[in-house]
Design a protein around this ligand. Sequence first.
Ligand code: NAD
Length: 262
Amino acid sequence: MSAEEKLAKTLIDAGGKALFFTGAGASTESGVPDFRGPQGLWKRIPPEVFDIDLFYRDPEYSWRIYAEYVYSQISRASPNRAHIAIAELESLGLVEAVITQNIDKLHQKAGSKKVIELHGTYDKVQCLRCGFHGDIKDFIEDFIREKRVPRCPKCGRILKPAVVYFGEPLPSEELSSAFSLAKSSKLIIVVGSSLSVYPAALIPEIALDHGAKLFIINESPTHLDKDAELVVREKAGTFLEKVSNAVEEMMKSSKQKDESLQ
Ligand code: NAD
């Protein structure tokens, strides 16, 4: 049995209790660079630029980096074959949720309905004083033109992109629903994550501890490879498209078998 057939069969057998856990590698085929891959962002800028302390020390610099390296890339991106295949598998009733570390909204744009965003979303801003949330579009053009750091229209404090910076906690509701889904899942499929950013990376560990099968689709090694049923070193888009086709074939042939028995 090929790798894609093995995953397709395991997905069908999990009867809807399957989770996808995605990282930046799920979006590199959409032209959004990951952090730690060979073309990753860390090759061009240091991780410290996304520290919350730096944001408050030098908000203008931090907004400039965000506008240049994050917003401009992500706002141009479209879903790739990995996002599309995951959404198709969900529409067939095989995926309970997509838990993502990505902030790029590409799962939703591909049609996934149940997406848990652990690190926020690139297209919103938030005020850490009064809780205001708004569309980043209403603020970022002004910043790019006039270099004036966005301020909260309600209380005047500096606004921050609604993404989790290093040193900030993850959103508690999202984290706890991800943990509880992980505890009851039968299968978790990691796509494009180095599994090195915690607490997000706890999610596949929790699923494993509660008896789920683990599949990893990642171009480079992770510390959980040894625990996986299968590790696939192909591009996520290429592989997941094959999985989605294999699932459709298997479902079609089992329907035909059922019909011929009636
Ligand atoms: P990471 O950069 O640490 O790891 C990405 C992994 O994906 C690497 O191991 C790389 O080898 C692999 N990879 C790259 N392209 C691939 C492909 N086409 N197919 C299969 N594997 C591929 O990213 P991470 O684990 O998600 O780290 C978490 C952090 O990344 C989070 O803080 C997240 O918010 C952030 N992030 C998000 C985006 C985005 O929204 N698209 C972009 C960059 C970083």
